[in-house]
Structure formats: structure tokens, C-alpha cells
Design a protein around this ligand. Sequence first.
Ligand code: IPE
Ligand code: MG
Length: 229
Amino acid sequence: MDGNGRWARQRGLPRIEGHRQGVQNVLRIVDAANDLDIKYLTLYAFSVENWQRPPDEVSALMHLLEIFLNQYTSKLIERKVRLHIIGDIEALPQFAQLPINNAVNATAHFTEHSLILALNYGARTEVLKAIQAYVADVQSGKADVDSLDWPTFAGYLTTKGIPDPDLIIRTSGENRLSNFLLLQSAYSEMYFSPVLWPDFGAEQLGEAVNAFAHRERRFGKTGEQIKQT
Ligand code: IPE
Ligand code: MG
């Protein structure tokens, strides 16, 4: 979700107004994704690097997160959407952690659609934590190095149980991943949209999914092999 700041600047507004508008857009996209029967929608809301922003912007984002959860938890329940978090939320202010845990618990029984919020998430941090947990299991005899394979290691990542993303969309014209799901995206299709996040609506999501539907995903095989299946 990129481009909130530029959206505001183009209108002569403070950056936080762009973030406010960006939050409003989240429910629009949750609905649009539900309509398209997208089972897992992950939103990169706050990266481990985002702490380096000016303190007043970080603080405003944390308060917006709290407002978002207080307003939207009932809407997620109405829509039967399960909320997951990836990233370390223990470093977030307490006032934000409470509504997060509340929303995660209140939606834990839904199985059809998941909204995954990446909060204080960074892929490199995730990998380091996974290695630490794995090594601890090796040392205690719970894991065996010789039998380490990808599904086993993936079970130590914060995305455990969540399938790899088929499609990754970045808005606002930036063409990079910025420490997002670096391992899980090994075979993801990438889609870069010039539209700023607050303006990225159902129509734009539909265009992205349509572009995705026309990609040939070969997973290392040849085009001929794929056409035979
Ligand atoms: C993305 O919008 C929102 C968050 C990272 C929380 P930006 O704040 O990065 O917007 P630009 O890139 O300055 O336009
Ligand atoms: Mg940005």
C-alpha cells in the first residue's frame, strides 16, 4: 500500500490525511477481494524500516491502526474475514496491541477469507527469527538438520499455514519489494500499478487480477509442458 504521502501532497494536505484516506481504502479492497473470492489478502501496513520515519508520523500511524481496528473489527466479523498478523506486534504501543489481539481472537473461527496485516514486518527479520527458532529445535532434538527441507523451514516463518502469494501488487509506481515476503514471493507474479494507494479501488484490483490471469506461470518448467497440463 504505497503512495499515501504523495496523494496528500498532491492536494496540499498533510501526509497523515493520505494515511487516513489509505485506511478508508482498506475496507474497499477487502470487499473487492471478497467479491473476487480471493482467499488470502495480505496488506503491508508497516515495515520494520518504517520506524525511521519522523516520530509524529509514526505516532499518527499507530493511532490510525487503533482507530482502524476499533472501527473495522465488527465489519470483519460481518464479512466473516479472519484477521492474521505477520510481524512483531509486541514492539507496537500497547494501545494498538489490544485491539489487534481482540480482532485476531474475535475472527479466529472464520475459515473462508483471511486478511493478513503485515505490521512491524520485515522479511530479513523474519528469516533471522526462523533460524533462531529452528536452531533451538535442533539443539533440543526436536528438529534434525539432515532432514531440513523447504516445507519444514517454511513452518518457522511468520506465514506458517498461509500459502505463498500468487500475486503481489505494489501501488504508486515504485518497482521494488522493500523487504516484503522475500522467500514466500519466490514464484509470485509481480504487478506494479502507477495508481496511489488511496485511489486504488475495486476497478484497479480487477485489472491486476485480470493481468495475473493472463500470465503463464511455469515454475521452472517449459511453456510446452505447462500447456499439456
Ligand atoms: C504508504 O504510503 C503507507 C505506509 C508505509 C504506512 P507512504 O507514506 O509510503 O506514501 P509516499 O510513498 O510518501 O507517497
Ligand atoms: Mg512510500
